[in-house]
Design a protein around this ligand. Structure first.
Ligand SMILES: NC(=O)c1ccc[n+]([C@@H]2O[C@H](COP(=O)([O-])OP(=O)(O)OC[C@H]3O[C@@H](n4cnc5c(N)ncnc54)[C@H](OP(=O)(O)O)[C@@H]3O)[C@@H](O)[C@H]2O)c1
Length: 289
């Protein structure tokens, strides 16, 4: 699935001029070296290179202050050769991720969570949307899952994952027009709520949350959650799991995205799609679907 979307982006790129425009460039900023962020940055580099996107990883000292970080982001934002800026998060307090990314130009905010991008999504005019939310829709589109009129429950309401996903389902038009319920940790009778859905999109990060007791027979489940836990097959090792109890839902749900290997890789490609969108806008080439 990730490969199919990657191919689609490559053919879109091939249709755009390469002469007389700057090459697409992504800069990823992290605080501290040798942190999990370095691993993410290595993955980002791999995905960027596959799509011919120049990639630069910046590791600032762990205790960089808010003003210094803001100034660094401002400098990147005003550099016309930079088309996408990622700020690795969570950030240590008192640094405010939302405040910092809200200072970026909306097209360069490839995390898609700054105030302008969030506001545009709420207003039904999305520009940059968090890649993970886009990935949910890419997967549904790939499998020709028809969304309009569906009863959808999105589990999770974070500004970076659950909320933008729910807002995309609400957009008017072919890819949206769903009837959406957003559930969270304070939702009463959660299983009853999720059982009402034809499609459950779980963005809670809580393993085992969704089994047969919480899913109606034949419903589809998109598992966005990613958690690590001890691997029973490899003592001392860790394994990656989603929110759904995959063994329990096998043969019961009509569709279920795997973890790992489901939404995760598609999210990486959609992040690069955001960079290409920023590039196309920055270089005056138009917009990217
Ligand atoms: N596949 C990917 O590429 C990808 C990308 C990004 C994130 N993720 C994964 O997506 C998950 C969510 O990420 P996030 O950043 O949104 O996490 P987050 O900020 O911790 O938000 C989790 C959301 O789920 C809700 N929640 C947590 N436990 C719950 C429970 N037992 N019952 C009902 N609701 C519950 C929380 O409710 P409250 O608001 O009430 O606290 C919150 O709204 C994580 O597992 C993350 O690793 C995956």
């Amino acid at each position: 699935m990730a490969e199919a979307r990657q191919k689609e982006l490559m053919s879109l790129r091939a249709g755009w001029p390469s002469e007389g425009v700057r090459p697409p460039r992504l800069v990823s900023v992290a605080l501290g070296e040798g942190t999990p962020f370095s691993v993410y940055q290595r993955q980002q580099r791999r995905w960027a290179e596959r799509l011919g996107i120049q990639f630069e990883a910046i590791a600032l000292p762990e205790h960089t202050g808010g003003e210094t970080l803001k100034a660094r982001l401002r400098a990147l934002d005003s550099d016309p050769s930079v088309h996408g800026i990622l700020l690795q998060h969570p950030l240590p307090a008192p640094l405010d991720f939302f405040d910092l990314v809200s200072g970026l130009s909306p097209e360069k905010d490839v995390d898609g969570v700054g105030s302008v991008n969030l506001g545009r999504l709420v207003a039904g005019r999305p520009l940059q949307v968090p890649a993970v939310a886009r990935a949910v829709f890419s997967v549904l589109k790939h499998y020709r899952y028809s969304i309009p009129g569906r009863r959808v429950v999105v589990l999770g309401r974070s500004e970076t994952v659950g909320l933008p996903t729910a807002l995309l389902f609400l957009l008017r038009g072919e890819g949206g027009d769903a009837t959406v319920t957003v559930a969270h940790s304070r939702t009463r009778e959660l299983s009853q709520t999720t059982r009402e859905a034809e499609l459950v999109v779980s963005c809670a990060g809580h393993p085992g949350l969704l089994g047969r007791q919480a899913v109606r027979p034949g419903a589809a489940v998109v598992d966005v959650g990613v958690s690590t836990r001890a691997d029973p097959k490899a003592p001392g090792g860790m394994t990656v799991v989603g929110d759904a109890d995959h063994a329990d839902l096998q043969g019961y749900a009509s569709a279920l995205t795997p973890v790992p290997g489901g939404i995760g890789p598609v999210t990486s490609v959609e992040l690069m799609a955001n960079v290409l969108r920023g590039w196309a806008l920055g270089e005056g080439l138009g917009t990217l679907p």
